[in-house]
Design a binder for this molecule. Structure first.
Ligand SMILES: Nc1ncnc2c1ncn2[C@@H]1O[C@H](COP(=O)(O)OP(=O)(O)OP(=O)(O)O)[C@@H](O)[C@H]1O
Ligand SMILES: [Mg+2]
Length: 349
């Protein structure tokens, strides 16, 4: 028989038990993930420490203690100490012992997440369709392009006049530029080469690349969970993902010296991606302090060819998302001026 704590930790609902003095006596894995904290930090703390603005929560709990009756609060906003606000359905049930409240049981269901999952599935479907159309188009462009380039090369050899050679050089150069664009439109076409990877080795690799690209001017801080086990992934393609995201952060900043990026890794238990629930996923947050994603682009940054930059092709995030999806993972973003965060979830099993 599984132990009680094992059973609790395998629930996808967050569960917190409080004593009559509103101190936390137990918290399961799903609630720890929701609160972005650990049992060690939360247990034996007062419930008011669960949020940086705990008034609404505490009022609700006091009401349950007084009325000695269960209460449900739908869509309650809870401001976490990380600065993030989550929305939950909260069910608080008093457990009575000889007529007195002995334990207060809290069940927490994140509403955002459930709504987001269905929205994400629809959006991913639509983006896969767009990608398929673009890939088809790219193929059609690529074939004649080889012919144009080859013909220009032959022509260059036959030209009697060296002055005219400049025209064939333009044709060849522009054909090459178009070929590079088309290659990026086609995206990574190889099968995933899965191997056991240390995610920190990948992050460190990209950190060095970005440092070198910016002449060491970008500030990159790290908050790694060293206990994270290896995960199955394609090293080259995951490097591409992190590089695309970090480059965007650097390009969004006024200057590299103003740009500060934080790389954070955590293990997250009981996490749903699409229709699949995972016992354990690796969560990677890439957060920058830049101006934020323009409001009008926020819903569409993962769509191919959507860009907010004059010289952007709008492919970086589309490619990144496609790679993460092929790993069975999820890439999401949230942005406001001064804080833009891209979060990658990768299954560990
Ligand atoms: N960290 C960020 N801060 C602010 N805006 C961002 C950030 N990341 C992405 N964006 C916005 O999202 C747009 C799309 O990004 P994406 O990487 O897909 O394309 P791109 O950077 O424009 O072009 P490419 O990556 O193909 O060179 C960017 O043009 C930018 O407007
Ligand atoms: Mg980009």
């Amino acid at each position: 028989m599984a132990q009680q704590q094992d059973i609790l930790d395998n629930l996808s609902t967050g569960v917190i038990a409080l004593d009559a003095g509103l101190r936390v006596t137990s918290i399961n894995a799903a609630a720890q993930a929701l609160m972005e904290s650990s049992a060690g930090r939360i247990e034996s703390q007062h419930a008011s420490l669960l949020s940086s603005e705990p008034d609404e929560l505490i009022d609700t709990l006091n009401h349950v203690l007084e009325a000695r009756a269960p209460v449900a609060r739908r869509g309650m906003a809870l401001q976490l100490h990380t600065g993030q606000t989550i929305h939950l359905d909260l069910f608080a049930t008093p457990i009575l012992l000889s007529g007195e409240v002995d334990t207060l049981l809290l069940e927490l269901q994140p509403v955002d997440r459930l709504q987001r999952i269905s929205r994400e599935e629809g959006m991913q479907q639509a983006q896969e369709t767009t990608r398929a159309v673009i890939r088809g188009l790219a193929h059609e462009i690529k074939n004649p392009l080889g012919g144009v380039r080859g013909a220009a090369q032959l022509l260059a050899k036959e030209l009697p006049d060296n002055d005219l050679a400049e025209y064939t050089r333009v044709i060849i150069r522009e054909a090459d530029r178009l070929r590079d664009l088309v290659d990026r439109l086609l995206g990574p076409h190889h099968q995933l080469q899965l191997a056991d990877l240390n995610i920190h080795e990948i992050l460190e690799h990209v950190r060095n690349l970005i440092s070198a690209e910016s002449g060491g001017e970008v500030t990159i801080t790290r908050d790694y969970d060293p206990s994270l086990p290896d995960l199955p992934g394609d090293r080259v393609q995951l490097i591409q993902v992190v590089l695309n995201i970090m480059r965007n952060a650097m390009q969004a900043a006024d200057s590299p010296a103003d740009c500060s990026i934080c790389l954070r890794t955590r293990a997250q238990r009981q996490f749903t991606i699409g229709a699949q629930r995972h016992r354990l996923v690796c969560r990677i947050d890439i957060t920058d302090n830049g101006p934020g994603i323009p409001e009008e682009l926020q819903q569409s940054i993962f769509v191919p060819m959507v860009t907010g930059r004059a010289d952007g092709t709008g492919l970086g995030l589309s490619i990144a998302q496609s790679i993460i999806n092929r790993h069975g993972g999820l890439l999401e973003s949230q942005s406001e001026p001064g804080c833009t965060r891209f979060t990658i979830y990768l299954p560990m099993e």
